[in-house]
Design a binder for this molecule. Structure first.
Ligand code: PEP
Ligand code: MN
Length: 339
């Protein structure tokens, strides 16, 4: 971190801020010129927020030269993190992993129909929300614990690992019991109490990017989980809020490239919540594969017109099957595998 004092800053102001940092066990490297006082601080700067230093009179400009995340950083760990699931599924390797299923678990019959369909098409994981974060309190809220039990039974019956969203930290024991991968929804990306609790979990965490989160904030959320001891984090870009209204969100496809440079963690894309329209899903999925995502999480429903949530963005099972064929052909060309 480099701190440049204001042009008119006094020696006393310089000494106050450097004294404070020395007390915090940082080493100060002075690089002042005749015109301006400048110094670098050496040590674990992830412990301080650069903005806090503006509280000191005379501080002009604070510049971070290293990232505020450590465990999530590519400079901390060079090799890609690979998360292994039963059945030889690897997230973060040369395998392009497909997670598919309905937005919400509606009944055992519904989930089984969809699970059988996506499994036959080659999906690796079954998704389905049991606790639904709905914009309106009057919309369907999910089957809750019963939904988790259905997911487990259907997952076991079809041989698919299951991924579902956790709404709050106190539900962690019940999620640990029924779920293979725990999803943190976009709205909870900065629920630090929840992230800390998940840091103690033994399950991999699928961390969605917040609705308006920067890439750095997203990686800092991953850092919270990792700092607690759980290093199995899968990042998921699901579109961010912009001024554009045509799509539900704006898919930030370049975030995959940024994250793969900044971090060793696997990153997947959710084209369903990004686009909000099923007609766009196949092409966005192909773009995700091309850009280097490690997989997809896609909403699929056997009867989208009557789905209890997100029908407009859900693929019908035959459409999902044909998309899997296109993705398989593309993966072959790119030297990636889907099995
Ligand atoms: C979901 O996966 O159904 C969901 C609600 O996603 P997000 O948190 O990305 O909105
Ligand atoms: Mn949904």
């Amino acid at each position: 971190m480099i701190i440049q004092m204001k042009q008119n800053a006094t020696k006393k102001q310089y000494e106050k801020v450097t004294g404070y940092l020395k007390e915090k066990q940082f080493e100060i490297r002075d690089v002042s010129s005749a015109h301006v006082m400048v110094f670098g601080i050496i040590g674990d700067t992830s412990r301080i927020d650069p903005h806090d230093l503006y509280a000191f009179d005379g501080v002009g400009e604070v510049t971070r030269v290293s990232t505020p995340f450590k465990k999530a950083s590519r400079s901390f760990k060079r090799e890609d993190t690979i998360i292994k699931l039963p059945g030889g599924v690897e997230i973060g390797s040369d395998m392009f992993v497909m997670m598919a299923g309905p937005c919400s678990v509606e009944s055992e019959e519904q989930l089984l129909t969809i699970a059988k369909g996506v499994k036959a098409a080659g999906a690796h994981l079954l998704r389905g929300g049991a606790y639904k974060p709905r914009t309106s309190p009057y919309s369907f809220q999910g089957l809750e614990e019963e939904g988790l039990k259905i997911l487990r039974r259907v997952g076991d019956q079809t041989g698919l690992s299951v991924v579902t969203e956790i709404p709050a930290a106190d539900l962690l024991p019940v999620f640990e019991r029924y779920v293979d991968v725990i999803q943190v929804g976009a709205r909870n990306m900065q629920n630090f109490h929840l992230l800390k609790a998940l840091g103690k979990s033994t399950k991999p965490i699928l961390l969605k990017r917040g609705l308006s989160a920067t890439i750095e904030e997203w990686l800092m959320a991953a850092e919270y989980i990792m700092a607690g001891g759980n290093e199995q984090v899968i990042l998921c870009e699901r579109g961010i809020r912009t001024y554009e209204k045509y799509t539900r969100n704006t898919l930030d496809i370049s975030a995959v490239l940024a994250v793969r440079e900044l971090s060793h963690l696997p990153v997947i894309i959710d084209p369903s919540h990004a686009a909000g329209r099923w007609q766009m899903i196949e092409k966005l999925s192909m773009a995700s594969l091309a850009v280097g995502a490690h997989g997809l999480i896609v909403e699929v429903h056997h009867d989208p017109e009557h789905a209890m949530s997100d029908g407009a963005q859900s693929l019908k099972i035959p459409k999902f099957k044909s998309m899997m064929t296109s993705l398989g052909q593309m993966a072959d060309v790119l030297g990636l595998r889907m099995k």
